[in-house]
Design a protein around this ligand. Sequence first.
Ligand code: TXA
Ligand code: MG
Length: 340
Amino acid sequence: METKRFTEHDIKEAAAALRLGNLVSFPTETVYGLGANALSETAVKQVYAVKGRPSDNPLIVHVSDKEMLEKYVDTLPKQAEELINHFWPGPLTLIVPMKKGTFSSTVTGGLNTVAFRMPDNALTLELIKEAGLPLVGPSANTSGKPSPTTAEHVLHDLKGKIAGVLDGGSAEIGVESTVLDLTDSSSEPTILRPGAVTKEALEKVIGNVRIDQHLLSEKETPKAPGMKYKHYSPEVPVWIVQNTPEDWNKAIKWAADQKLKAGIFAGKEILQLFDGPLIEGYSFGMNTVEQAAKQLFSGLRALDETDVELIFAPAFPETGLGEAYMNRLKKAANQKYFKN
Ligand code: TXA
Ligand code: MG
């Protein structure tokens, strides 16, 4: 199949492909999604087939506005109303009760709830409107690989397998949306996946919010290495390094002693300190968690294309956006920290 690179001028054509049940990748402020008609079970099944991922995971339904969402929910929880007013369009996914008979279990994973999000990207909002359909949109990568943050990443993984990708440039945030569950009446709203809309930001609007610690625990030992907790991973191993010049120095020296070529994903202030034939650097610019999060997947992909034998990436404090960044990095690193 020829995979087209759609631009802002081709939105009608891209929308027509979606209406026919074909797959079109779309840009968002977080990562690129693999779009398909959420109301067509055949189309959604194709998404799993193309990604090469088992179909037991519920998917996020992307809408162009609140009116579209209201077609698929009986009564919207009050907190959802407030959060939508505050954060949509934006990187916040809300899990709400589903209206019976709307989405198939291929979308919901057999649950009676459904996750909705309105992405903050003008081209994609136009695409959804033009298609007139809610779209599922898991990240548009081959299962297990780092999520795509450019159209090139999508083509690298899925060229020949999908109808097209709508090119919207680089994703601004770089890590997937915050997923917030509003359906458990016995507990506070619960963050199931940390993202750029932080716990603190949510609490300013709706009061107490809980984070599902199970997803975040630092000490948790993977039961089967390389299986459950390893996601977003390049081919070569990733190690987390404490982000001080001393710790970087130890890690880089250790790799050099082993004669291993090391990929260094770091801020430019750090990269300036190191050089040599056994180093391949990828600078994410200023040494901030915002920059690191924005380029994490891109950096892992780029370093993986070189001849490095391992990748070092920095830890940031697990607060604010650091929660989301560390959640993804720990999965990429299979929880491994470099310790001298
Ligand atoms: O930023 C994003 O959210 C990206 C971009 C493309 O929009 N999309 C994305 O979609 O990451 P997806 O479908 O891969 O996200 C699925 C996540 C999973 O962690 C899943 O467990 C959770 O959303 N989820 C979806 N529906 C759920 C439900 N009914 N109950 C609990 N979790 C749900
Ligand atoms: Mg994904």
